[in-house]
Design a protein around this ligand. Sequence first.
Ligand code: ME8
Length: 540
Amino acid sequence: MKSYYITTPIYYVNDVPHIGHAYTTIAADVAARLKRLAGYDVFFLTGTDEHGIKNLRTAEEHGVAPQAWVDRVSGEFRRLWEVLHISHDDFIRTTEPRHKQVAAQIFQRLYDQGDIYLGTYEGWYCTACETFYTESEFAEGRTCPVHAGRPLEWLAEESYLFRLSKYQDWLLRHIEQSEAAAAADGSAPPAIAPLSQRNEVVAFIKSGLRDIAVSRSTFTWGVPVPFDPRHVIYVWIDALTNYISALGYPDGERFQRFWPADVHLVGREIVRFHAVIWPIILHAAGIEVPQQTFAHGWLTFGGQRFSKSLGVVIDPAALSREIAAESGADPDVAVDALRYFLLREIPFGADGDFNKPALIHRFNADLANDYGNLLNRTLALVNRHFGGQVPARGSEEGGDALLRQTAAQVAGSVEPFIDRLDFRAALDEIWKILSAANKYLDEEAPWRSLREGKPERAGAILYNTLEAVRVASILLSPWLVTATARAWEQLGIPAPLATQRLSDAARWRGLPAGGRVRPGTPIFPRIERPAAAAPGRSGG
Ligand code: ME8
C-alpha cells in the first residue's frame, strides 16, 4: 500500500484559531480524505507551536504560567478541528517530551558535526513572525513586511548559529533536480509549488544565504540546548522538527512508514522556513528531505490578511453556526458548506478575499440547487411513482451513455488534481457530473415517459440520475463530510459511505436496484435572507 504524509504548519498558541488557520487545515484534510478514498495509507499531521517569545509574552500578559496558557489554547485548536471535521491522525505539541527529545537530538547532531557554532546575533526581529529581517526586506519605517505597520525590535545576544550558507549550492541543485524529475514524470512533485513561490524562494537563495541564529539566551521558554542550558533552541528550529518527532524519529514505525513527507502545506509567509531552512537541516543531519512544500495564498478580508496580530479575525465555528441559523441546515452541514466554499471560491495558491455574499451564493446555487435539489426531486419521483424503491436499470438509450461516460471520466480524473492541490479544478470536475445529471433529468424527462405509458424508461432515467448522485457523493465526501453521508442514507445504500473508494465511484451502475430510498428533509435548505455582514470582525 502506498503511503501519503501531509502536514499543516503547527500553529502558534498566542491566541485562538481563526479562519486563516482553518483554511490550511481544511485543505490538508480534504487532500488526506481524498487520498484515503484512493486507497493510500495516509498520515495527516497538525498541531501547535508552543515555545518562543510570542507565546511566552501572551501568557505573561494574561498573568498565566506559560504551560497553563499553551495547554488552554492548544485545546481550543483541537476543539475547533473537531467542529470542522478535521481527520488528523495525530496532533503534535512542541511542549510534549516526545517532541522536545527529537528537537534536542537534531540540534546536538548538527553541533557535533560542526554545523552549529557559538557566536552573537544581532538584527531586527518581528515577534509576531518570530523572525529576523534584513534591511532589504523591511517594510516602510522599519516595520514587518508580513504584519503591516508592526515595528521591528533590535535584538543582540549570544546565540548559536547554523551554517546555512554551506548548503546553498546543494539546495539549488536539489530544487532543480526535483523539477527535472517532475518534468520527466508528471506524477513527481517539484520541491516547491506553486511556481510564483518557487521563483521567490530560488531568487532568495541565489541572493546568498546567511548563517542563521538557532538559539536564544534571554529567556528560557523553549527546548534547552542539550550541551548549553543557558540557551533554548530557536522556536522555528524547534517547530520544524515536529514533522519528524510526531513520527517517532529515528526508530519509530511511523517514521519508516511515512517519511519523507509528501507535502508540507503552508501559508506563503512561511515558505522560506519550509523550503530553505528545513530541507537544509534535514540534509545536514543525513535525513531524507520532504517531497514538496506547497505555499498557498492568504485569505483576506477587505484586502487585509486575516491575522490575530493584525486584529482581523473570523471564528469559523461562529461563522458555521451563523450559516446554520440562516439556512436552517444542520450545523454540521453548515460546516460542510464552509469547507466547500473556501476551496471552491479561491484558486489554491492565490490570495483571495473572504466574502459572505459569495458564500451564500455558492450555498444556494451549488449545494442547495445542483446537488441537494437534484437528489430531492429524483427521490420524490421515485417515491411517488416507484413506491420508494430504486427502479430497475433498464437498457441504455438516449442520453444515458453520455451521463455514464461523464461520471466515469470524472471519477478517474479527480485524484491528479488533488496531487497538485488544485481543489478548485477538482470541484469543477466533480460538478461536471452534477451538471450533466441535472441536464439529463430535464432532457430525458421521466414524467414524459410516465405520461407516454413507459414506466420502465422513466425508472431507468431515475435510476441513472440517482447513480450519478451516488458517484458524486463519493467524490464529494472529502469536502462535504456530513452532507454526503446524509445523501447516502437517503439513497438507501446498505454499504456505508465510509467504506467506499474511488474505484466504487468509477464503477457505473453500482447503486443496487430494488433498495428502499429514504427521502428526508432537504440537506441544504436555501438561504433566503440577504447576507448580513461577516461575523466576528474586530477592529482593523
Ligand atoms: O507561522 N490566510 O504559525 P501561525 C491563509 N507557528 N492562511 C493563513 C492565514 C490567512 N490569513 N492566517 C494564518 C506559524 N494562516 C508557525 C508555523 S510550522 C513548523 C510553524 C495559516 O499560527 C497559514 O497556514 O502564525 C499560515 O502559514 C499559518 O496559518 C500561520 O500560522
